[in-house]
Design a protein around this ligand. Structure first.
Ligand SMILES: C[S@@+](CC[C@H](N)C(=O)[O-])C[C@H]1O[C@@H](n2cnc3c(N)ncnc32)[C@H](O)[C@@H]1O
Length: 274
């Protein structure tokens, strides 16, 4: 099946189709067996059909158990007769926290303290401007603004709750940092000396194109965990934090495909967790 769609949309289509197919077959199955099909069996039949169709449509593997157990779990929840307000509330909460996931397939997880320290070491000595693409709760910015106060920091965040919390944090902390709401795809990164991102593998090819078009020749791009595909970094910093984070550090020369005058270095930091 070659139609390209975001996994969440594929999962929804597959569930809907599986439910329609199984519900249409229920009367025939009841006739064949001589009794009504138990709702739980029907729910598992929907799950099985959805998981098989999801696998055929090349849904990422972690979606398959979700597909399999979605209908039985829904049936279980319905049998608890919870008020629909609970479901609406849970959906609203997920949307404000993880709103960015549906659009850009980048969830919220936070840079460790070791990553913040390692990023601080890459910052220029004089005044500079740094942008955090998808700043989450603003932790990286708050830390850097304290550790390297000669910098001017901006975070851009698309998900509402993280944005609101980072604004609150901004109000309670010191230093030259600010947060803007919206998508970083609409921001020109050309006026920044350092660009930091902790995203996911999905946006990295598009981000490489954006950096190639906008990044200034003296700027540095630092990506936590997710490298730019097909681009050799100037340095790789492996940290011994809880996530085993790796920083990929790129200069403009790397991004535009010119061999960097500085050979790629791999550095491993053994930093105590804190
Ligand atoms: C993995 S978190 C990183 C948070 C923070 N930068 C840090 O290092 O702790 C990624 C964040 O990027 C946000 N995000 C994803 N796509 C975005 C976009 N196009 N524009 C702005 N924020 C985005 C997500 O909502 C999420 O909060």
């Amino acid at each position: 099946m070659g139609i390209n769609a975001p996994p969440a949309l594929k999962a929804l289509i597959v569930q809907g189709a599986a439910a329609a197919m199984v519900l249409a077959l229920l009367p025939g199955a009841a006739f064949f067996w001589g009794s009504v099909v138990p709702p739980l069996a029907a729910a598992f039949a929907i799950g099985l059909a959805a998981a098989v169709a999801g696998a055929l449509w090349r849904l990422p593997p972690w979606w398959l158990p979700i597909q399999l157990f979605f209908a039985p779990a829904l049936l279980g929840m319905l049998s608890m007769q919870l008020s629909p307000a609970w479901f609406l509330g849970a959906l609203a909460l997920l949307l404000v926290i993880y709103g960015g996931v549906f659009h850009g397939r980048v969830p919220l997880y936070l840079s460790s303290r070791q990553v913040k320290r390692a990023v601080a070491e890459w910052l220029p000595d004089g005044p500079f401007r740094l942008i955090d693409l998808g700043c989450g709760l603003g932790g990286m910015l708050a830390y850097l603004a304290g550790a390297r106060p000669q910098g001017n920091y901006l975070g851009v965040e698309a998900a509402l709750l993280p944005y609101g919390l980072s604004r609150l944090r901004r109000g309670l902390s010191r230093g030259r940092w600010a947060v803007a709401w919206g998508s970083f795809w609409r921001r020109d990164v050309g006026s920044f000396d350092v660009i930091y991102a902790y995203l996911s593998p999905v946006p990295m090819p598009r981000l490489a194109r954006k950096l190639r078009a906008e990044m200034q020749p003296s700027a540095l791009f630092i990506s936590n965990t997710f490298p730019l595909p097909g681009i050799e970094p100037a340095a790789i910093v492996e940290l011994q934090d809880i996530h085993h984070s790796v920083l990929y550090v790129y200069r403009y020369a790397n991004i535009i495909g010119r061999p960097s005058s500085i050979p790629a270095t791999v550095e491993t930091r053994h930093v105590e967790n804190c």
